[in-house]
Design a binder for this molecule. Structure first.
Ligand code: ZN
Ligand code: ZN
Length: 134
């Protein structure tokens, strides 16, 4: 018995036969089409921003962002393409967070560590006092 591996296409919800691209044939076709459109546009407008590319091709910004994240559009080749920071949506070209958010998160983590360290000191203090009282 052969089991047909079917699933719902994550993009359009239609039932499709599973494949390496993880979407149905129709979505693969429109995906490839949109990528082609972007690449064609960028061939003439290497310095386009993500917004300009979206306007020029009609491809959604979110789709362009996933092209970038899947390395189908290489930021190295296009100096003005950006994708949004995971936290505040400002345009970035590396990491998942902009510099401001990275600094904020690092200082949040440091603050937490400091608090933890202080709590530990207090904890040890209590233990010592306990021992003295015994
Ligand atoms: Zn689909
Ligand atoms: Zn940010």
């Amino acid at each position: 018995m052969t089991m047909l591996m079917v699933s719902n296409c994550p993009k359009c919800g239609k039932v499709y036969q599973k494949n390496v691209r993880n979407m149905c044939q129709e979505c693969i076709r429109s995906f490839d089409n949109e990528l082609d459109q972007c690449l064609n546009y960028l061939r003439d407008h290497r310095k386009a921003t993500t917004e300009e590319l979206s306007e020029g091709t009609g491809v959604k910004v979110s789709q362009i962002v996933s092209f970038i994240k899947e390395s189908r559009l290489l930021l190295m080749s296009y100096p003005n393409l950006t994708y949004p920071c995971n936290s505040c949506n400002s345009p970035i070209r590396q990491h998942n967070l902009c510099a401001t958010c990275r600094i904020r998160i690092v200082s949040d983590v440091n603050e937490m560590k400091e608090k933890e360290a202080k709590a530990k000191e207090r904890g040890i203090g209590f233990q010592i006092r306990d021992r003295f009282q015994r």
